[in-house]
Design a protein around this ligand. Structure first.
Ligand code: SF4
Length: 330
């Protein structure tokens, strides 16, 4: 590769922060401003080390379980992924003041699950075992009320108590296409199963996948900026590959990319998962700009205007500046 060879860079849009992530980060920032440091956050507020480190630097302390919190006079924040009911009950029993940063679109799935349960239906949840959102959704109901399926093959193995009284729900950050396949398997096997109108995959996941699909076939390589434990970021890499870009990589930061290994590619697509700040996309652009003459364009497949209200306790408080969500990083 000669230096300063031309490289077409296609930036997918929408990419990066979604309304649920934006809200969750603001909750931590405003809590720090309003109540002072430290504030405790159960689990990574969103799945991104850069975001977590920035909030740690301002006084947030991240824990995995409530028993790790020694003081009970500091606010405790639950992450955007949601928590099982027993975690909230535990926090109340410990007299913690807690703020819930669960994305409202995850809370909506929790409510669907409760409604089906009240109507006596057994629930099939389409999702990934062990993901905190799945743990939180299953934890809204008594053990045994929700059965997890990850693949269409799992559907063939289901032995429901009453096959005529079933409902399905899904994780919000799945592959749209894979989920459709699983839903088809469910409805083929259990024609009476009820579910959401389309699925529970959120607008941000859907839009980011659509944008990747629109450019993947024309890209010699794609970079997805996001964390390995970020479900929606992992799905973007899979979507890029299945839509025709064989060289698709998920990276956390520009330092993970060996730009010289890309050689004579003509078109590079770039996107970012819903928990990745735009600053990390800019880092990647800078890394490539050091070796290529960049010809940057944007492939936009949707406009996003969704915003979610803050929890009641924080309304009316202005986010501090500089903010991860208010400095052009969105
Ligand atoms: Fe909410 Fe979707 Fe963002 Fe998750 S990815 S926080 S469900 S908007």
């Amino acid at each position: 590769m000669s230096e300063h060879e031309e490289l077409n860079v296609v930036l997918c849009a929408p990419r990066g922060f979604c309304a649920g992530v934006d809200r969750a980060i603001q909750i931590v920032e405003i809590a720090l401003e309003k109540y002072g440091a430290p504030v405790y956050v159960r689990h990574e507020i969103v799945h991104n080390r850069f975001v977590v480190a920035s909030l740690e630097a301002r006084g947030a302390i991240f824990v995995e379980e409530l028993e790790e919190i020694e003081a009970n006079d500091r606010p405790v924040i639950f992450s955007a992924h949601g928590v099982p009911k027993e975690v909230k009950a535990d926090a109340a029993a410990r007299n913690f003041f807690f703020l819930d940063a669960t994305c409202p679109l995850v809370s909506k799935v929790h409510k669907e699950a409760e409604l089906h349960h009240r109507r006596g239906r057994d629930i099939i949840l389409i999702g990934h075992a062990g993901h905190p959102e799945v743990v939180g959704t299953m934890g809204q109901l008594p053990e045994g009320a929700v059965t997890l399926v990850e693949t269409a093959r799992d559907v063939t193995r289901l032995v429901p108590r009453d096959p005529d009284n079933l409902a399905w729900i899904s994780q919000t950050t799945l592959s749209v296409d894979d989920t459709r396949t699983i839903v088809t398997a469910l409805t083929d096997r259990f024609p009476g199963i009820v579910g959401p109108h389309k699925d529970d995959i959120c607008y941000a996941t859907t839009n980011r996948q659509e944008a990747v699909k629109s450019v993947a076939a024309e890209c010699d390589a794609m970079i997805i900026v996001g964390a390995p434990n970020s479900s929606n970021s992992q799905r973007l890499r899979e979507v890029a590959i299945s839509a025709g870009c064989r060289n698709a990589r998920l990276i956390q930061r520009a330092s993970e990319v060996d730009v010289t290994s890309y050689g004579r590619i003509r078109t590079l697509g770039i996107t970012a998962g819903a928990s990745a700040p735009e600053a990390l996309v800019e880092e990647v652009l800078e890394a490539f700009a050091a070796h290529y003459r960049l010809n940057i364009s944007t492939a936009r497949t949707a406009d996003e205007t969704i915003e979610f209200a803050l929890p009641r306790q924080l309304r009316g408080t202005r986010p501090p500046v500089p903010s991860l969500t208010a400095t052009g990083m969105t």
